[in-house]
Design a protein around this ligand. Sequence first.
Ligand code: FRU
Length: 313
Amino acid sequence: MKARTRTIISMSGLFALCLTVGCERTPHEKVFTIGMSQCNLGEPWRVQMNADVKNAADKHPNIKVIFKDAQNDTLKQRAHIEEFVSAGVGLIIISPKEAAPLTEPVAKAVDAGIPVIVLDRRVLGDKYTCFIGADNKLIGREAGKWIVKKLGGQGKVVELKGLMTSTPGQDRHTGFRAGIEGSQIEVIFEADMKWLEPDARKEMESALARFDEIDLVYAHNDPGAHGAYLAAKAAGRETDIMFVGIDALPHEGVMYVKQGILDATLQYPTGGAEAIDIALKILNGEEVPKEITLGSRIFTTENVEAGGELIGS
Ligand code: FRU
């Protein structure tokens, strides 16, 4: 049989199959375009978020996602949102670099009738359709409580903070301070490392130069904790200090705990799959909650092989 005839036969077979079992997608089904603005793709966690969005979206032939990377530039990210609005996308997903400057473009998109899902870092106020993210205050507080226990209620701690114009940085800080309240834990050095490993390493070099005694480093993300570890290792002091981070990607933070580089990491789920789930609901005209709070686990040297432990339960 010639190849062309075979193709015609198999196409008609497919059509017959569609008639009997019902195809998921009819030729007239509307295809929705989703604009996804990622604040940067420099950290493994953000690469994972985009992969989670893509994997979830690939399961639905009626949605198409356009990914944009702001490369850690707030002005670029503002422009993304404006471009998505003028292109008339069906929905926008944004993981904003910082809260204040991204608030206005998000509000304008909502005013233009485009639903906006805000992922992980917040904007100010409540002019968005749905926020999805884990509870950073809880994560910070649980980190603090674990540290108090681990250090027997007292010790000298370095806090390497995430970008303090972003809400996870603010919440992981206030949560942590609440978690150590009433203990003899002393924060002897704190600095904004802007979520970046090289900045964390530099800040830690200053801390090491100033203080002979450091018991533990609490960093707002795993790249920060790893940067601090590298600085301590270069100074020959890594075995005197404990390191705690946040994110707990299997191939990053969890692996560091297994390798003995970090003593603990708290999971910060990307929310990528949930964002697509909610996007579909919105695009199909269903009501969605304003806030979706994702759960989190703590992974420590003691429990990492058993898969960590749920926090806040
Ligand atoms: C990546 C990241 C993560 C962190 C999150 C907070 O850019 O810094 O490590 O958990 O952003 O928004």
